[in-house]
Design a binder for this molecule. Structure first.
Ligand SMILES: [Zn+2]
Length: 159
């Protein structure tokens, strides 16, 4: 964008210099002789301004994309803050949902491996184990782990 602005300012300076020379001309023929140069300078200014407009539109698009990305990251961080690293009595680590009355969510645990990779994968009960439906990690739970959500599922956190 800065290059386009610099080029446009240069084209405007050239056009201004030509117009100044035309104003200082000593005859009508001399003035008319400069007209093609002035038209050329005006065309260059128009070209440079169009390039600036395109560069500006690209910057706006990039800015909007970054704003969306920041919002997604913010949402993902808020979602991640709803979990705390927890050690099961049998030694396995999970990310446990911080249950609150307001959330209304079913208590559940997430797979640590998937969590660190940006994937929210809810551990599912399977006998005396909790199993990750994504990476198939198996943790001994012996019934003392949080009740895993039966709704289960996997969603990507986009991180
Ligand atoms: Zn997993």
């Amino acid at each position: 964008m800065l290059a386009e602005i610099t080029a446009a300012l240069g084209a405007i300076k050239t056009g201004s210099d030509i117009a100044r020379e035309m104003a200082a001309a000593h005859s009508l023929d001399e003035t008319r002789g400069k007209a093609p140069e002035l038209y050329g300078a005006m065309a260059e200014i128009q070209h440079r301004l169009a390039a600036m407009q395109l560069a500006y539109a690209a910057l706006l698009e990039e800015r909007d994309g970054l704003a969306r990305e920041v919002e997604e990251i913010r949402q993902a961080r808020m979602e991640r803050e709803r979990y705390v690293l927890h050690q099961l009595p049998q030694g396995g680590l999970v990310y446990r949902f911080k249950a609150s009355r307001e959330s209304g969510a079913v208590p559940h645990d997430l797979c640590v491996h998937c969590y660190e990779g940006g994937v929210k994968s809810i551990l599912q009960p399977n006998g005396s184990h909790l199993v990750c439906p994504t990476c198939k990690t198996k943790l001994r739970s012996k019934g003392s782990a949080a009740v895993a959500s039966r709704r289960g599922g996997v969603c990507v956190w986009t991180l």
